[in-house]
Ligand binder design. Sequence first.
Ligand SMILES: [Zn+2]
Length: 341
Amino acid sequence: MEPTASGQALAVERGPLAIGIDVGGTNLRAGVVDSDGRVADSISVVTPREARALEDALVSAIEALAGRHQVASVGLAVAGFISREQDRVRFAPHLPWRDARVAELLQPRVGLPVFLEHDANSAAWGELYFGPAAMGENVAVIAIGTGIGAALLVGGEMYRGSNGVAPELGHLPLVPGGRLCPCGKRGCFERYCSGTALAATADEMLVAHPERATILAVGSELDGSAVARAAAGGDPIALAAIADFAHWLGVGLSIVADVFDPDLIVVAGGVAASAPLFLEDARRSYAGMVTGAGHRRLARIRCSELGPNAALIGAAEMARRKWALAELPAGTAAPDQLSDR
Ligand SMILES: [Zn+2]
C-alpha cells in the first residue's frame, strides 16, 4: 500500500508515532499510528509459514514504515498466547512461533523496542483508548469476525488470568451436541455467532427451505458479509440468519454478564459494521436471558467504530505508552537513545 499524503505531517505535529502490526494467520497488517489513533500509513503482506521468514517479513515491514516516518516503538498484536512479561509468544495455533522470544529477536534488527500483546487484548486497548470502552469501569470486549476474540478490562487494566491467556469466550458451549468447532468441542458460541456462523446458518436455512425466494445460493462461496449485504437488502433467508445470530449473541452475552457482571460490553470485529441489522434483537435476547434481569442494572452494549484496524491501533498505542513511560523490554536502548530515528 502507498503511504497517505498526511503521513509525514502527522509525524511532525503529533510527537512520537508507533507502529502497530496485526500478526494474523493469513496476513500481517502493519500501520503507523498517531496519538489520536489514526493510521497514517500501512502495509499488508501474506504471513509466511516459517518462523525465520515471518521474522524477516516483520523486519521488512517495520523498516519500510520506519524509513518513511519518525517512529519510536512497535506493538505486535499476535493471535496466540503471550507470556505475562509480553516478550514471548508461547503458542499461536496459526503461526510458526512456539515459545519464541519474539521481542528479543526483533529489537536488535530494527533498533526499536518491540512489545507483544494478544490480538483480542490489543483490540481492547484500541477500544479503551479510542473507542467506547473508556466509558465503562468493567468492560468486556467481544470481537466477532471469523471467530470470537474476547478481552476483559477491569478498572482500565487488562484481566490476564493466571496464565496470561485471554478469556476464551468464543468457546463457551452454548448448544449441546451442536456444530463441531475446530477447538474439538461442539456447540461453541462462535459456531453460532461469527461471520463463519452466519454463512453456515444461511446455508442450513437454504437447504431446509428451498421453496423460499432468496438471492443467496447454497455453496462454499457464501460468507458472512454476503449474508449481511443480502439482509440489508431485505432478503428473507439472510434476515432469518441474522435473527438467529442476534439470538445467540444475546444468549452468549448473558453468560458473559452472569460471570463477569460488566457495566459495558463492546461488540467489535468485522461484524460490528453490520450492527444496525442485529444489535437491537441481541439486546432483547440478552435482557431476556441474563439472571435477575428485572433487579439489576443491565450492562450497556455498544459497537466499536474502529473496524478491522482495532488490534493494530491498540497494539501501537500500547507500545507508544510503554515507550513514553520508559517501560522498555530487556536489551533495548532508552527512549532518548532511539529518538533520533
Ligand atoms: Zn470451540
